[in-house]
Ligand binder design. Sequence first.
Ligand code: NOJ
Length: 527
Amino acid sequence: MNIKAGYPKWLDRAVFYQIYPQSFYDTNNDGIGDIPGINEKLDYLQWLGINAIWINPCFVSPFQDAGYDVADYYKVAPRYGTNQDLYKLCRAAHRRDIKICLDLVAGHTSIEHPWFKASCNPKQNKYSDRYIWTIPSKPITDFPLTLVKEHAPGKGDYIANFFNFQPALNYGFAKPDKDQPWQQPVNAPGPLEARKELIKIMKYWLSHGVDGFRVDMAFSLVKLDPGHKETIKLWQDIAQKVRAEYPEVVLIAEWGNPEESIAAGFDIDFMMHIGVEGYGALMLNENCFFRRNGGGNIEEFLKVYFTQTKKTKGRGLISIPSANHDFKRPYADDRTANDLKVIFTFLLTWPSMPFIYYGDEIGMRYIPKMESKEGGFGRTGTRTPMQWDNTRNAGFSKAEKTQLYLPLDPRKNRPTVEKQENESGSLLNHVRKLIVLRKNSPALQASAKLTPLPVKASDRHFAYLRESDSERYLIVLNPSAQPVEARLNVTKPGNLTPQICRGVKANVAGDVIQLNMGGISYGVFKL
Ligand code: NOJ
């Protein structure tokens, strides 16, 4: 069964912005960003041009994993404000034509969650089967998933989904082992209750104005599920029930396999994040394409990208984000703002769904070797406070410096929104121009045609056409430090009108375009 024919129309021209709420903007001077802080910065986000926001988990939590350890799905964490603040944010965002998506941690809770506490009780109760417990008298030694032992007297071991303090919710096993009766089928009462509750949580927030969800580890729900067949069926059921009441809901999967996630009913998947090499070859690896001296070529990325898009075309979208809270920001290692301009030129003219991680639009840096915070470990350096201006704490908070959620980038020349707003050649203005161009140009949007122009294995540049019924663009990129000369064959290119360009000269003779590209250069031309 495939219940999904398409995705909400507005996604074609959407540009998402990801907000890590604790680091965005603090309005109550406790050193931690909050929801009223997002509300206050909506004018900025509207000016930037984005039209959808994904907020990392903002629910009650002991914050052992920055909120990915939920203790109450129905309540905003007091450090971020109240439910009313969130409803208000939705209303204010909608007035600006901006959608709000929450982070739904579907696969596990915190050990502090009252469901888990009740489930730890050896006496049978409503929550006994909400999590996956082995049988106390029959310890299991050889098992492919993480078993956390001796947590609750009188109970067996429980399965953890990520960190040990994140017990997996029980959505059942794809093929329960008959000799292990604690492995329940997906349609057993416990798993069905967990599913029902998840639907209830989603409908609760949708009824208060939220537009959709980014689902954490969406692939992880049914255990020992080869090809995720049962997990796909489970999400199809959930999506169908939610869409019956909220047809416009947007569902974004952290799955890492669009072929599966889109079939499961999701609209968008971060293909590049888990288990797929393409994002590494594009942005992350030492020898990736977007590294001035990396030597990488675009082919490896294209191979992965086209394999996935062929299987999902028209039914869902793939996101290539600038970064996220789990990955190094693009402004790391040897990159500069100019390198980022090439990257953003790609991200905002490629058909994939752009997700801008807060601060990447001004080139905030990944800060290496930061002390781990809330389970962040190496990810902590990507989660530092937003740099708004040159006032105290970069305008992020009026709290004492020592109270800040995380220390700021200590460098004197750290980029700020205020400085870059006023510089026409800044990265921020570059990103903004690209967003405006994308939103106003059907040919640059998600569903418009893409034609990559051929590259040889030794090529460090890349060029592609984007086309709609009414317009045509040529995009050329040279992320390497070396200048490049290239000839492109394009039928009837006509005059090339540069829209957003740096360091590129293009001469047209008939159907041949001769390109002279400086090191680290880009061009978006209207044909
Ligand atoms: C993926 C999230 O992006 C990450 O931050 C979190 O630690 C794990 N899932 C566990 O929820």
